[in-house]
Design a protein around this ligand. Structure first.
Ligand SMILES: [Zn+2]
Length: 492
């Protein structure tokens, strides 16, 4: 896609050379002005090439957004040079503007590269952790990794002391590998900060808040209060777990077994995918007036989204297993891809766990934000046209429908089973609460302060907040999992 855009740009470039040539030969200008005109074109060419290099691997929409601006550059070029109305000052302005654009394109390109490297370093830390499970033959299946693999390993271990030992080994494996990721994240951060400053903001946070309604002080206040609640609830959960386990030092090592004991059976895959989707589309139609029409394309479901009588985009729901079948070309409309985690049940229908339904609804909420975007050239994620405080609104709202009584009725799920599913969900939420708030505080300080690196900021955020001593060193590395979701945007 990017290459196609480059080709078009090059054609435009050749066309403008021809136009220029004709204009020059028609009016017999001086040798100096011809040389200047060609120098300008060479400049434009260099600019286009720098863009092409910097954006080679970036999602097409980002490229397209730039390309639109490039067309304006070409138009300006036609006006100022090719048709003889170019005054020196206009050209000088134009070149200054181009220089700034080239410099920025290079930074954005490096930013994307450093992000990819940081994500790769985090992936290596993940594999080091999974290797621990492999050595102990506790990995549930070849594709399981991260918290899911750890959870099922901890459930299998009978002895409490062994569970705590595994938890220590798991954290240590990550700790050994996290150095590289930290260094790369620091590089990424420095580039992001540079970009924010170039665009006239005091900090990355400033840039993020510019499109929202939230003030820095408001966020700081919220985080502080939420941290206090999180610490209290976390201690309560730990005491509750410890009451069940002999000589318990690290309550979180026993959480998976605790969860299974408290709400046995809720992990079952009992929710029919087709009906789940039908219910959600019904909600979208009734509450938002947004209509989705489903079409099957191999293993993928394409949902055409219509609003106000107009077709506005496409959401493709793809199975996690199996091959991803790309569309032959990208549609010329907003398009979002959502994954569904399903398994075939006894009757050969696709079914999901409660957790997977919530994830599906959540993702569909984001996808809807994307396709309903009033801006034609949104970013790859497609949601960052929204102010930061609204990013999760539609997704959370969609997800909460799994708690509505109409959901259970539509799916014909036994009330008792649904109640257990919800209880599990609530406990899992409690389990992650402290890590979430620690990550938010860390993220906030990192982008607000604009000077310290990743490690120093984390230490400071934890120390200054009420979190200490509940959040200890291992949480630093665990929090990178949450942080990873954030490095995708420009530090939003
Ligand atoms: Zn979300």
């Amino acid at each position: 896609m990017a290459h196609e855009a480059v080709a078009t740009l090059e054609n435009d470039f050749l066309a403008s050379v021809n136009l220029l040539d004709a204009a020059i030969h028609g009016s017999r200008p001086s040798a100096g002005s011809v040389a200047r005109a060609y120098a300008n074109l060479a400049y434009l060419r260099g600019y286009c090439d720098a863009n092409a290099r910097a954006f080679e691997n970036i999602a097409p929409k980002v490229w397209r957004e730039l390309y639109i601006r490039d067309e304006q550059v070409l138009a300006a070029f036609h006006r100022s040079v090719a048709f003889g109305v170019g005054e020196e000052s206009l050209k000088a302005n134009w070149i200054t503007w181009l220089e700034a654009r080239i410099a920025e394109a290079v930074i954005v390109g490096s930013c994307e590269r450093s992000r990819r490297q940081a994500v790769e370093a985090l992936r290596l830390a993940d594999s080091a952790q999974v290797a621990v499970l492999d050595r102990l033959k506790l990995r549930p299946n070849a594709s399981a990794s991260g918290p899911v693999a750890l959870f099922s390993a901890l459930v299998q271990i009978e002895k409490g002391a062994t569970r705590e030992k595994l938890m220590r080994a798991w954290r240590a494996a990550r700790g050994e590998r996290i150095g590289d990721a930290v260094r790369l994240l620091d590089e990424h951060l420095a580039l992001n900060r540079n970009l924010a400053r170039r665009r006239g903001y005091a900090s990355v946070l400033d840039k993020t808040l510019a499109r929202g309604n939230c003030a820095e002080a408001e966020i700081a206040d919220f985080l502080e209060k939420y941290a206090a609640t999180a610490v209290e609830r976390h201690r309560h959960l730990c005491d509750w777990i410890a009451a069940d386990i002999d000589r318990c030092v690290d309550p979180l090592a026993h959480f998976p077994r605790f969860l299974v004991n408290k709400a046995d059976g809720a992990g079952v895959v009992a929710f029919d995918f087709g009906r789940c989707l039908e219910f959600l589309l019904g909600v979208f139609a009734d509450c938002l007036g947004v209509h989705g029409r489903v079409k099957q394309r191999g293993g993928i479901l394409d949902i055409e989204i219509r609003y106000d009588g107009k077709r506005c985009g496409l959401i493709s729901i793809d199975r996690l297993e199996g091959d991803w079948v790309p569309r032959r070309s990208l549609p010329d409309e907003p398009w979002a891809r959502v994954l569904r985690h399903t398994r075939l049940n006894d009757t050969g229908r696709e079914a999901m766990s409660f957790d997977a339904v919530q994830s599906l609804y959540h993702q569909c909420g984001h996808a809807l934000s994307h396709v309903l975007s009033p801006h034609p050239h949104t970013s790859a994620s497609g949601v960052d046209w929204l102010p930061a405080e609204q990013l999760e609104r539609l997704s959370t709202w969609s997800e909460m429908w799994t708690f509505d009584e109409k959901f259970g009725r539509h799916l014909e799920i036994a009330t008792e089973l649904l109640a257990r599913c919800r209880k599990i969900k609530a406990l899992e939420f409690e389990r992650g609460r402290l890590e979430r708030v620690a990550t938010s505080l860390f993220d906030f300080e990192l982008h607000r302060l604009n000077e310290r690196g990743v490690q120093a900021t984390f230490a400071m955020a934890i120390k200054s907040a009420v979190l200490s001593p509940d959040v200890t060193a291992p949480a630093v590395s665990a929090s990178f999992d949450f942080y990873r979701a954030h490095v995708g945007g420009e530090g939003a």
